[in-house]
Design a protein around this ligand. Structure first.
Ligand code: AKG
Ligand code: FE2
Length: 181
């Protein structure tokens, strides 16, 4: 419930930023599923030999991540460079996911991230993934002009996303519309 309130509030800010009706963006999240993952990464004396969590984008709309301890292992990629995300006590890390990138027609970018295990300390995180869709579809909000992604049913989107993840590709790429520019 608290998480829903928080995601709704974040969507209100994003709606103002995008210049769309607040209800339009908040409505894509309201009443939609949330899933939770608990991660524990044991300390690893040979980090070069293990993967942690491989680079990926979160396939749903928004990710709220709580660091249970102060072990830094999460990294985000920007312009080809990996940057560490420093855990802050009591703070949540908010990641834009693929569905939000599509809804906002590419204005908000889904962040690529990975987890590298720590040599000395274990690490635990609690992660909440927020679903979103527009009348059962994953597609850009019509208010945001010419669509940069094709519309797809949510069920097909989820299947395609898992398939692409298993193949090591990024499903969003396959939804991009080439307007010939
Ligand atoms: O535990 C973390 O820091 C990240 C987990 C993650 O990326 C995920 O569950 O998708
Ligand atoms: Fe992730």
């Amino acid at each position: 419930m608290e998480m829903s309130d928080l995601t709704s509030r974040l969507m209100l800010f994003m709606a103002s930023d995008l210049g769309v009706e607040q209800e339009t963006l908040v409505g894509t999240f309201q009443g939609k599923k949330q899933s939770v993952a608990f991660h524990y990464y044991p300390p690893c004396r040979h980090p070069e030999k293990v993967i942690g969590i491989t680079p990926h984008h979160d396939g749903l709309a928004l990710t709220l991540l709580l660091h249970v301890d102060d072990t830094p292992s999460l990294q985000v990629r920007k312009n080809g460079t990996w940057y560490p995300v420093k855990p802050l006590p009591g703070a949540l890390v908010i990641n834009v996911g693929d569905i939000l990138q599509i809804l906002t027609n590419g204005t908000y970018k889904s962040v690529e991230h990975r987890v590298l295990p720590d040599v000395e300390k274990g690490r635990a995180t609690v992660v909440m993934f927020q679903h979103a869709c527009v009348a059962g579809m994953v597609k850009p909000l019509p208010e945001l002009g010419e669509a940069a992604y094709r519309a797809i049913e949510k069920v097909e989107y989820i299947k395609g996303n898992f398939r692409a993840l298993a193949e090591g590709t990024w499903f969003v790429d396959s939804l991009k519309i080439n307007h010939g520019t």
